[in-house]
Design a protein around this ligand. Structure first.
Ligand code: ADP
Length: 248
């Protein structure tokens, strides 16, 4: 049986802030179209791992490879974005005074300096692709609404849409359902399933109920290290994982 190609290998990543080691020899690998959750207690180093992959933080040791061996460890964040790595932070970064359509078009039509500042890559996209993304994020009838007047969930989806229009090979999402209603969380679950058909996705997540609703691979981090990797069922049976969560 052929395995799908590797999209990301982060190997032996170590990050220190001053004397404090936030990530300590961590590994993370993803295949094409894989949806992968990164969980673990507060302070485990999850967000820092995403920061390393997208180039926001430089590791003291280790390397990050895209595809079958393109090393990006020392590349700038906008260069990494240009190679198809999309990063979404917890707070939605959209332009509230622009319409949904204008926000989406920004990532497609802007000139190089704007794209650099936005850390997105320029991408020509067809009307068909725009329509497909709008349907995926569930906002096809909100095109002309001011982005600032969208609900919290809708803002998050809009930002995901802006990332999708760049045709990423890898999306990094930091707690996408934080602050969402149950209904918004459910819709985001469907959205993630849809996105995984287009690219690979790493999701840092605190909501265990939410993670459980997917048949996805889960990596547990603890104190900067890989504690356990497997299905949610395997993770939940692991006494070490239970200890880390209960001991919190
Ligand atoms: P998680 O996302 O798992 O909650 P983080 O990656 O945000 O964990 O943080 C890991 C550890 O590194 C925490 O103890 C945090 O306080 C520390 N940390 C994160 N960013 C910085 C920074 N810029 N400077 C100093 N310490 C940091």
């Amino acid at each position: 049986i052929g395995m799908s190609p590797t999209v990301l290998s982060a190997e032996n990543i170590t990050v220190a802030f001053g004397g404090f080691v936030a990530v300590n020899g961590m590994n993370l690998a993803l295949r094409q179209h894989e949806l992968h959750f990164l969980i673990g207690p507060n302070g485990a180093g999850k967000t820092t791992m995403l920061d390393v992959i997208c180039g926001k933080t430089k590791p003291a040791a280790g390397r990050v490879l895209l595809g079958d061996g393109l090393e990006i460890t020392r590349k700038r964040d906008y260069e990494i974005a240009g190679l198809g790595v999309g990063r979404k932070f917890q707070a939605p970064s959209i332009f509230p005074s622009l319409s949904v359509k204008e926000n989406l078009e920004l990532t497609v039509d802007s000139d190089r300096s704007v794209l650099r500042a936005l850390k997105v890559r320029r991408n020509r996209c067809t009307t068909f692709e725009m329509k497909k993304v709008l349907e995926l994020i569930g906002l096809p009838d909100r095109l002309h609404v001011r982005a600032g007047s969208l609900s919290h969930g809708e803002k998050q989806w809009l930002e995901i849409g802006m990332l999708l229009l760049q045709k990423p090979r890898l999306l990094l999402l930091d707690e996408p359902v934080a602050g969402m209603t149950d209904e918004e969380t459910m819709k985001t679950g469907e959205l993630l399933q849809g996105i995984a058909k287009e690219c690979s996705v790493v999701v840092v997540e605190h909501d265990m109920e939410f993670v459980r609703s997917f048949a996805a691979k889960v990596t547990v981090m603890h104190e900067g290290k890989l504690l356990k990797e497997g299905s949610m069922q395997e993770i939940q049976r692991d006494p070490l994982v239970a200890e880390v969560y209960l001991g919190k």
